[in-house]
Design a protein around this ligand. Structure first.
Ligand code: UDP
Length: 374
């Protein structure tokens, strides 16, 4: 089977440091190819993931454009997608499109017409607050949808759920233990790993760190800015405003530190050395790559029980969950009662790339052989 995997124009695959969708694609493609799936990757020119073929419109990632007005964001996505559509019209060797680009991607794939290959669109965001994003979607009869968690799918607009083929949890290569090497001993700090953005709740975590007296490291970009030194004090984008207004007042460089984006071994060691990864979520986390990565690195997850967290974290066994913000701080202080070995064993059982790839191959076959042949 030959699959066109559309990862969008935002970042190369694999991404350097932060990258949500691109990380998912980088995790999925190698085991898919091991299972015999040929992969044509639609991404940007700097993508270095080994694939059978790379299609690109933009030479490099357009991540910075995501902070521009919505119509400009759509313009970038559309230019990328027109390239994909052009390629699909010119060739007939693609059996299935696996699309990861939000609304615009789906609309474009749906508009390809009856001769286009069938498509699977993976939802990556929480869509409950964006019911219009996919308004009136009927998939043109060619598109099926999957979620990255049951909770995400349950919150998706009905128009999408009507075309759902289920959910597939995210995975991480760290879960295989192939890269197992001595990790740093657990330090005394807690870590929030992810974009600095209101949904991830860094402001709440930072406030609790001061109030309850624990050390907290914030790792991740603020909008397009990866390093603290690069962030202008007058940066005009929503995440920068959130950082300056709500998070920065708590960042004192001691109790609470923002270290910018981390990647590779530095990221893994930072996660492995944390007492716990903290998730003071203010949104319904849709898929939570950081959750499966933390467990794989033997670090329990202490979180507000929102979105996919109860599906991924076994409360009391691989992490601690609560609905209460103050109790979250108390649980953070008690995180060392979770055994890191239990976290790693659970990740090895549930969150390996091979397992994720097998689930996707099942969905590809279902779509190709049953949905569109019946
Ligand atoms: N990430 C990283 N370095 C950072 C912050 C995040 O490598 O400084 C990675 C993180 O390990 C995860 C991804 O970026 O693999 C974020 O995906 P997730 O699903 O956790 O969050 P999203 O941003 O997609 O909501």
């Amino acid at each position: 089977m030959k699959v066109l995997m559309n990862a969008g124009p935002w970042l190369p695959v694999p991404p350097r440091g932060y990258g949500g969708i691109e990380n998912v694609v980088a995790t999925l493609v190698p085991p898919l190819r091991e299972l015999g799936v040929e992969v044509v990757l639609a991404s940007v020119g700097t993508s270095a993931l080994p694939v059978d073929e790379l299609l690109s419109v933009y030479p490099d990632g357009q991540f910075g454009a995501l902070q521009r007005p919505y119509n400009q964001v759509c313009g970038v996505a559309q230019a990328h997608l027109h390239g994909v559509v052009r390629a699909l019209r010119e060739r007939d060797d693609i059996d299935l499109v696996h699309d990861h680009v939000e609304a615009v991607g789906l609309a474009t794939v749906a508009a390809l017409g009856p001769d286009a290959p069938p498509a699977l669109h993976t939802l990556h965001w929480d869509l409950a607050k964006h019911p219009d994003l996919y308004g009136g979607f009927d998939g043109g009869g060619r598109v099926r949808v999957n979620g990255v968690s049951a909770s995400q799918l349950a919150r998706a607009p009905e128009a999408l759920r009507a075309h759902s083929v289920g959910h597939v949890h995210l995975a991480t290569p760290l879960a295989t233990g192939a890269d197992r090497r001595p990790r740093p001993a657990k330090g005394g700090y807690l870590l929030i790993l992810g974009r600095i953005t209101p949904g991830k709740g860094q402001d709440l975590g930072a406030r609790l760190a001061h109030q309850y007296g624990f050390d907290l490291i914030l790792a991740g970009p603020v909008g397009p800015y990866r390093d603290p030194a690069d962030l202008p004090s007058d940066a005009d984008n929503p995440d920068a405003r959130y950082f300056h207004e709500k998070v920065a007042p708590h960042v004192d460089g001691q109790r609470v530190r923002w270290i910018g984006t981390v990647h590779g071994q530095e990221r893994d060691d930072l996660v492995a050395g944390a007492k716990a990864v903290l998730a003071p979520l203010r949104w319904e986390e849709p898929g939570g790559t950081f959750v499966v990565e933390s467990l794989a690195l033997g670090t329990p997850v202490v979180a507000l029980a929102r979105g996919c967290l109860p599906e991924l974290v076994d409360d009391g066994h691989t992490g601690l969950l609560t609905d209460d913000e103050d109790e979250l701080a108390e649980l953070a202080l008690a995180a060392d009662k979770i055994d890191p070995a239990d976290c790693m064993a659970e990740a090895a059982r549930r969150f390996t790339p091979a397992r994720m790839a097998m689930r996707y191959v099942e969905l590809y076959s279902l779509i190709r052989d049953h949905v569109f042949m019946s």
